[in-house]
Ligand binder design. Structure first.
Ligand code: FES
Length: 179
């Protein structure tokens, strides 16, 4: 166990996860101008749609919501992670939302949030796990695509979805919200 890892995180059990994430992040940042600008390139715009309120959220208590509203099999999870996340919103930039459909073969990720790792998974079909602090990046497993992340906006206490970064599993393009 690296003493550097222990000093930085004081959580020895997370050293392998952090190593994998650091390597993947280095690759992405070396090939793109910046991780957030890479995510912005892939965003599908939607009319602003309210999905919750900050005052109703508790840290590490995820809430599912259907999105887009016209797609009955597509749900997302809204969660306050308790630590800053890529594209996170709110005072602490820790509120994020992700698709519940695994990007490998559409396995259902509902209820698989792991608060100790800020991750979704393992997927019940082939065990892929996704990091919610880093735009849904794959930590381990068969999937090669990050989990689609909802772009969120806060207006007072209200939380809105304004777009999706990534392609919802089973679609050739993300459907419009109202069609
Ligand atoms: S469907 Fe999720 S890992 Fe295969």
């Amino acid at each position: 166990m690296s003493s550097i890892t222990q000093k930085k995180n004081d959580k020895p059990c997370e050293s392998r996860r952090n190593f994998l994430l650091a390597g993947a992040t280095t690759f992405v940042m070396a090939s793109m101008p910046g991780i957030s600008s890479a995510a912005n390139l892939l965003v599908k715009e939607y009319p602003r749609h309210k999905i919750g309120q900050i005052s109703q959220l508790q840290t590490n208590k995820p809430m599912d919501f259907q999105f887009p509203p016209s797609n009955p099999i597509s749900t997302f999870v809204l969660v306050k992670l308790g630590e800053r996340a890529g594209a996170g919103v709110g005072k602490d930039k820790d509120i994020v939302a992700f698709s519940n459909l695994c990007t490998h073969m559409g396995g259902p990720l509902n209820g698989s949030y792991k608060s100790e790792h800020k991750a979704m998974g393992p997927c019940p079909l082939h065990l892929t796990t996704f990091d919610l602090t880093r735009h849904g990046m794959v930590i381990a497993g068969h999937a090669t695509e990050s989990l689609p992340q909802a772009r969120l906006e806060v207006d007072g206490d209200d939380i809105y979805v304004t777009g999706i970064m990534g392609l919802i599993y089973g679609t050739q393009s993300n459907p419009m919200a109202w069609t």
